[in-house]
Design a protein around this ligand. Structure first.
Ligand code: 5GP
Length: 192
């Protein structure tokens, strides 16, 4: 997605540890117009997949997943990272190693929202080593729901996530694929 590549080049900052900081349009302040067009890209690609639920992880996946879910006519579910007083015991749980926080976290979804009748599209803001997507797949497996594909806003293609997910048999569709990340340059894989 050319527009997304241009915004990444203009507004992204490269931090140590191969981290791309994008909080001016995705991870803190959200560019809603851009998110809408991201939703449209996902819709165009996945409109014939019969998706019933879009699943993401709070909080950064929610903004891009919301418009995709709206356009696909499906519900959006976000896996929670923290238990709250309203989180009941009726949940599916999985653990994920957080790439940016470098710690293990539990994610959970209520059994009320994910069922064996669901055809699920996973969406996340970034794909690095594939751990967040793998944990979402585990939640779907517990529910008996079918994971149809994984949609990613920014893929760091020099890390292992795509291979991990493809080896598990899942399609990965990413809107921007970064080949190289350094303070001097951000290089994309051009698909066209
Ligand atoms: P993975 O689970 O694929 O290793 O990492 C993906 C998750 O880690 C995403 O949900 C995202 O929140 C976070 N993440 C991974 N790499 C980056 C990065 O370069 N920048 C930001 N902002 N988040 C990242």
């Amino acid at each position: 997605m050319k527009e997304l590549q241009d915004v990444i080049l203009e507004k992204g900052n490269v931090l140590r540890g191969n981290i791309l900081k994008v909080d001016s349009f995705l991870n803190q302040q959200v560019d809603c117009e851009l998110m809408y067009r991201i939703g449209e890209e996902f819709y165009e690609h996945f409109k014939d997949y019969g998706i019933t639920k879009v699943l993401t992880v709070e909080s950064s996946g929610i903004a891009p997943a919301l418009f995709a879910a709206k356009l696909l006519g499906s519900k959006l579910i976000f896996a929670r990272k923290k238990k709250s007083l309203t989180t009941d015991i009726n949940i599916f749980k999985s653990t994920v190693y957080s790439y940016t926080k470098q710690e293990m976290k539990e994610i959970m979804v209520s059994k009320d929202f994910l069922t064996e009748n669901d055809k699920v599209l996973l969406i996340d803001d970034f794909l690095a080593n594939g751990q967040a997507a793998k944990a979402m797949i585990a939640l779907c497996n517990q529910a008996g729901a079918k994971v149809c594909a994984v949609g990613i806003v920014i893929e760091k293609s020099f890390q292992k996530g795509r291979k991990l997910l493809e080896d598990m048999g899942y399609e990965v569709y990413s809107l921007a694929r970064i080949k190289n990340l350094s303070e001097e340059a951000i290089e994309f894989i051009d698909e066209n």
